[in-house]
Design a protein around this ligand. Sequence first.
Ligand code: CTP
Length: 441
Amino acid sequence: MERAVKSPLRKLNEGTQDLGKVIDLDGYKLPRKLKSLFKKIGQAADESGVNVYLVGGLPRDILLDQPNLDVDIVVEGDGVAFAKQFSRREGGQTKPHKQFQTAIVVLPKGLKIDVATARTERYKQPGALPVVKVSGIRNDLYRRDFTINSIAIQLNQRNYGKVVDYFGANQDLKAGIIRVLHQLSFVDDPMRTIRAVRFEQRYGFTIEKKTERLLRETIRAGLLNRVSSERIGKEITLILKEKNPLPAVKRLSELGILDAIHPEFRVDQHTEVLFSGLERILSSANLPRYFSRRVLYLLALLYPLSPQARKQVTQRLALSKKVRNCVTELEPLEDKIRFLENPDLKPSQVYFSLRGLSTEVLLFMATRARVPTRWVFLYLEKLKAAGTEISGEELKEMGIPSGPIFKNILDKVLAARLDGEVGSKQEELKLAEKIWRGENR
Ligand code: CTP
C-alpha cells in the first residue's frame, strides 16, 4: 500500500488530480519506433505483473506536442529485474545500477531506456544526494521538481495511455505555469532554480509567484554554493544549448542566480549587444563546419567580466579544457581587435594576428562591430589551411643549421606566399635562401 504523501505546502498544489484521462498515444506526433517500444514495454510489464509508467520530460512533451526522445520509465516493483527481463526479451543490453535501483537498457537499434524503481527521496542536506526508499508511483512523482514534470503515462495494456496526474500538472501545462510540488523543492536541490528558468523560457511559461519567492529565498540563502561545480556547469550549459538563450540568461541574472555564481557575473546591455552580434554571425551562410554554439554563447557571457572573474567563473562551473583555453584566448583580444580595425591589412598580417585562435574565439571576434567580418572569414576559409611548399627538409639541404631560425624563415616564406609575392616552390626556395643570407650578414 502506498503511503499518503504529506505535503507541507498543500497550498502550492491546488491543482486537481487527474487520474482518469486516457490519451491515444498513437495519435501523437511521436516516432513510430517509440510508439512500438511503448507497446512492447506495456506487454512485458503485464507478463511480469508490474505497473510501468513513462515519466520525466517525455510525458510533459507528449502533452505539449514537443519533440523529445528520452525514454524514462518507472516500475512499481523491481525496476532492475524488469529492465533485465525486457532487455533479454528484446535482445538488448542492461547496465544496472543496483545502489539506486535503476538500469539503462540499450536495444539493438540504439534506443535507450532509463528504468527506475518507483521511490521516494529524502534530502538530509540541501544539494546532497538523497536517501532513497522504494515506493509507489505517487511518491515517485512527488519527489520531482515541478508539477509539469510530475506526470506519468501508464504503459500496461489495460491502462495504455492513462495519464497519472496527482498534482495538477495538466492544469499547469495548460496555463503555462512552472510550480514546485512542495516548498522544500529548491532546498532539496538548489539546481532546480536554474531548471525552473530553463523550462519557463523554453516553453514561454511563467514561474508561479510563490515558486518564484521560494526560488529567490533559496538563492539569497546561498544554497547554490552547496551544489557541485560540475552540476551547476552542466545546468548552465543546458540553458546555452536552448534555441535562443538570451532571454533565459537575462532571467538568471534578474533572479540573482548569476550573481550567486560570481558577484561580477550578470547580463547587462554589453552582454546583450554581444549576443545580438552572435545571432548576426550565426545566421551567416558560410559558417565553419565544426564549432560549438554553446561555447560562443559562453564567451559572450564571460567577455564583459574582468580576466580574473572569467577564470573564477570557468572554475566554478567546472568548464571543459576547451572552454578554459578559449577564455585564455580572450585576454589579448582587444589588442587584436584594434589591429584588425585597419581595412587595408595584408593577408599575412591577418594570418599572423589570428593564427592559433580557436574557431569559437574567431567567430566571437567577428561579432564585434569594429572588426571587419571579412578578415575573420578570409582567415577561416582560406588563410588558416595555407602552408608553404618547402619545409624544414629543404632548409636542411640548403645547409641551414636546424633551430628556431627554421620557423622564422618558413613564417617569412609563408607571409610572402599569402600576400602573393611567391607562387611556386622554386620561388619559395629562392626567398628562403635570401632570408638566410640576410640573417647571416
Ligand atoms: N528531476 C527533478 N529534479 C532535478 C532533475 C530532474 O525532479 N534536479 C526529475 C524531473 O521529473 C524531470 C526528470 O527528473 O522531468 C528527468 O530529468 P531530466 O532528464 O534532467 O529533465 P527533463 O525534464 O527530461 O528535461 P529535458 O527535456 O531538458 O531533458
